[in-house]
Design a protein around this ligand. Structure first.
Ligand code: IMP
Ligand code: MG
Length: 178
């Protein structure tokens, strides 16, 4: 697993630092509010699970799953695979994801939650890849910003693998040729 990495972009220590910093901000911002944290499966799950343990609030969690089908172009069709089960009416929603690239997934999820009359909708992402934006969006909580490279680990996959790496890194060229 680790041997397949060309380089490590975010170390375990840096991930811990991100979790501590972001969770402290969320705890402060949502004090006294009804907070529902919604993770985007599967990539957002490791970040979400580590984050919630550091937030000392009576929050509620749920998950949504959106799949994208990529054809010959980079514009894939997005399909909802699993909806949330909690009622978010008049609740403060915080969406948690692994990475924001084009923002297309996020826009679809935000639009859906808006229709359900949430009091507020914000986004917390471990990684932000602003160079990939198709739809303009700036998340409120960002772990760290990366350049235009494909990364794996800590939730992020390459053909469903590498999600369980404890770090975030770039794969060696030879891995793509397999
Ligand atoms: P977008 O913001 O709609 O383009 O989609 C973001 C989703 O694409 C993320 O939740 C990931 O599942 C996937 N993704 C984008 N960039 C990467 C990457 O560098 N590595 C792995 N998955 C990625
Ligand atoms: Mg994802």
């Amino acid at each position: 697993m680790m041997k397949d990495l060309e380089k490590v972009l975010v170390t375990e220590a840096e991930i811990t630092e991100i979790i501590n910093r972001v969770s402290a901000r969320i705890e402060k911002d949502y004090k006294g509010k009804d907070l529902v944290m919604i993770g985007i499966l599967k990539g957002g799950a490791p970040f979400m699970m580590d984050l919630i343990k550091k937030i000392n609030l009576a929050l509620i969690i749920d998950f949504i799953r959106v799949e994208s089908y990529f054809g010959g172009t980079t514009q894939g069709e997005l399909v909802f695979r699993k909806d949330i089960e909690v009622d978010i009416t008049n609740k403060h929603v915080l969406i948690v994801d692994d990475i924001i690239d084009s923002s297309r997934t996020l826009k679809m999820v935000i639009d859906l939650f808006k229709k359900r009359n949430a009091s507020s909708i914000e986004v917390c992402t471990l990684l932000d890849k602003p160079s990939g934006r198709v739809i303009d969006y700036t998340p409120k909580y960002i772990g760290t910003t990366i350049g235009n490279e494909f990364v794996v680990g800590y939730g992020l996959d390459y053909y469903e693998k590498y999600r369980n790496l404890p770090v975030i890194g770039v794969l060696k060229e030879e891995v793509y040729k397999k």
